[in-house]
Design a protein around this ligand. Structure first.
Ligand SMILES: Nc1ncnc2c1ncn2[C@@H]1O[C@H](COP(=O)(O)OP(=O)(O)OP(=O)(O)O)[C@@H](O)[C@H]1O
Ligand SMILES: O=c1ccn([C@@H]2O[C@H](COP(=O)(O)O)[C@@H](O)[C@H]2O)c(=O)[nH]1
Ligand SMILES: [Mg+2]
Length: 232
């Protein structure tokens, strides 16, 4: 993994990361062939229900679920990780960890799944890409996505869900202060990514209001319109 610039210890400011190479379609071949590997992103605000709906999609569509947040938390807790402190600080502040770390964790997980006995090649990537640089870099250097599921919910609903989850989740960012920061990051940094994919006609948007079952029913209907059907 390339060297990761560190947080400024005095101000706590996040470093700006630039990819080593200027990204042009001329100098990058994706690591995975999109004819052999399917990537679907699931995005939405914090607490919109990405993890919850992902569990349904994994059950019915045969996806391998890769949550960028879960991978970062695992890496944060891995003994000897050089990124542990950096990830911890970014997550608490609701900031986006430098993309080199997250993309590498995702790519490694995809490679492991593809090399496994089951040769899993359909990936549901949860909570990624959340920043334009990640989106462009992943699409060009790892694998172009098939589509993006977008779960749309208002902040008051998401806040209530996250505060409830925070009673038991043990997550350092399930508190009101971190949640507000996460909402800000979502609006300012992540929504432009959704808008970019929407302009490309690649977003399947579903209201994330209502019961888990009601939302899932709508999601299945919308995916069917795109020719994506359950495998079970
Ligand atoms: N439709 C729903 N109605 C009520 N509660 C829900 C609904 N969907 C999810 N929840 C609950 O809301 C909380 C947040 O859901 P979930 O963890 O799936 O969101 P998320 O989008 O993955 O959030 P994050 O971005 O923080 O990881 C969980 O406690 C979950 O059980
Ligand atoms: O691509 C990503 C995805 C996530 N993060 C950081 O992790 C937390 C938690 O993510 P969840 O999806 O809510 O589990 C998020 O707020 C970011 O700080 C990231 O940096 N990059
Ligand atoms: Mg989640």
């Amino acid at each position: 993994m390339p060297a990761i610039p560190q947080i400024d210890p005095t101000s706590g400011a996040a470093p700006e990361i630039q990819p080593d190479l200027p990204i042009t379609s001329a100098n990058i071949t994706p690591a995975f062939d999109p004819n052999e590997v399917t990537v679907v992103y699931i995005l939405g605000g914090p607490g919109s229900g990405k993890g919850t709906q992902s569990a349904n999609l994994v059950r019915d569509y045969g996806f391998k679920h890769l949550s960028a947040g879960d991978l970062l938390r695992e890496e944060q807790n891995r003994e000897g990780s050089q990124y542990g402190d950096l990830i911890k600080s970014y997550i608490k502040d609701g900031l986006i960890v430098p993309m080199e770390v997250t993309v590498k964790l995702l790519e490694n997980s995809m490679r492991t799944a593809l090399d496994s006995k089951d040769k899993q090649s359909r990936f549901l990537i949860d909570g990624f890409p959340r920043k334009m640089d990640q989106a462009v870099f992943f699409e060009q250097s790892v694998c172009p996505s098939k589509c993006t599921i977008f779960l749309d919910a208002p902040e008051d609903v998401m806040l209530e869900r996250l505060l409830e989850r925070g009673k038991t989740s043990g997550r350092s960012d399930d508190n009101e202060e971190s949640i507000k920061k996460r909402f800000k990051t979502f609006i300012e940094t992540s929504m432009p990514v959704v808008d970019m994919f929407r302009q490309e006609g690649k977003v399947v948007s579903v209201s994330a209001l209502g019961s888990i079952g009601e939302i899932y029913t709508k999601l299945v209907e919308e995916l069917a319109k795109r020719g994506i059907s359950p495998t079970k």
